[in-house]
Ligand binder design. Structure first.
Ligand code: PLP
Length: 337
């Protein structure tokens, strides 16, 4: 498949001949989930965004943001990140041959994401502070220096990310009643709603936040957001109003799910559906299980990132490996018992 800018150029703010920085992102699988469907009593599809080149949906926005930055002559791109934006920025900056700089909350990002950002050659700065502070600082820095800000406050990010809605619409022949999606900085739910609107579709938008990082649910910013789902550990979403508008005007809602519910959905998806997503992604399914999706019969859950991003959390959730002597009797016991 071609990358997103090529695939959807007529609906994206790019003209023929513009530079395209792509890793052939997008066109991710939409997989029917039989066991989950049975559990919740509606038809559920999983949008597997972990199948993007760097393992998260952030690549959809990044191909657009970095292509636009290159078109505008940027020599460097910067973002604040809970991890996946950093990994994606680093890869697309490497691809473009420009400098990448990422600011992450110190000690709070999953191991795989850190490895990606460093391997792709970005400058990785660990801030003694949380994501919200990091975003505030990069906004100020990019306003006074020749360095393009590619957080989802960047319009090109939202434009790129809306293509996921197009893909779901195409695969389901526009027959979709509801979308369940994790909400952190609220760029993605904003993007999906825009995408559906451009097609004249109005699925109910159900956003889910982690209980310890649920500013939209409480109606005020959270000073010290906490959750196992590090990708949505955000206390003051940049696209607050737009996210609320998406949920209210579609007849959806925003709800919180506990870390326990998130981890339950995380294990369920891996063990029962064969789909390994990261904890933040499982918030969409945890929310569907806990809160339902209104009267919806056909539901898509967005699984935003790949499970391999965060091996530490995975290994804390499962049993140990079984040690074994290299003898037939021992292996027999180990396998058959
Ligand atoms: C970025 C991210 C989110 C949150 O998306 P927002 O656009 O910030 O709401 C959710 N899950 C994963 C895996 C992410 O990387």
């Amino acid at each position: 498949m071609p990358g997103l800018i090529e695939r959807y150029q007529s609906r994206l703010p790019f003209a023929d001949g513009d530079p395209v920085i792509s890793l052939e992102e997008g066109s991710t699988p939409l997989v029917f989930a039989p066991r989950l469907s049975e559990r919740v009593g509606v038809e559920v599809w999983l949008k597997i965004e972990g199948a993007n080149p760097t393992g998260s949906f952030k690549d959809r926005g990044m191909t657009c943001a970095v292509s636009a930055a290159v078109r505008d002559g940027a020599q460097a791109v910067i973002c604040a990140s809970t991890g996946n934006t950093a990994a994606s920025l680093a890869a697309y900056a490497a691809r473009a041959g420009i400098r990448g700089v990422v600011i992450v909350p110190e000690g709070k990002i999953a191991m795989g994401k850190l490895a990606q950002a460093l391997m792709h050659g970005a400058r990785v700065i660990a801030l003694h502070g949380n994501f919200d502070r990091a975003l505030q600082l990069v906004r100020e820095l990019s306003a006074t220096h020749p360095i393009a800000l590619v957080n989802s406050v960047n319009e090109f990010r939202v434009e790129g990310q809306k293509t996921a809605a197009f893909e779901i619409a195409e695969e389901l022949d526009e027959q979709l009643d509801a979308l369940c999606i994790p909400v952190g900085n609220a760029g993605n739910i904003t993007a999906y709603w825009r995408g559906f609107n451009e097609l004249g579709m109005r699925p109910r938008m159900f956003g889910f936040q982690a209980a310890g990082a649920a500013p939209l649910v409480h109606g005020h910013p959270i000073e010290q957001p906490e959750t196992v789902a590090s990708a949505i550990r955000i206390g003051n979403p940049a696209r607050w109003e737009q996210a609320m508008d998406a949920m209210t005007s579609s007849g959806g809602s925003v709800n919180a799910v506990s870390d326990e519910q998130i981890l339950d959905a995380y294990r369920f998806l891996a063990a029962q559906e064969g789909v390994f997503c990261e904890p933040a992604s499982a918030a969409s399914v945890a929310g569907l299980i806990a809160h339902g999706a209104g009267e919806a019969q056909r539901v898509a859950c967005v699984l935003t990132g790949h499970g391999l991003k965060d091996p530490d959390t995975a290994l804390q959730q499962v049993g140990a490996v079984i040690p074994c002597e290299p003898e037939l009797s021992a292996i027999e016991r180990a396998v058959m018992s």
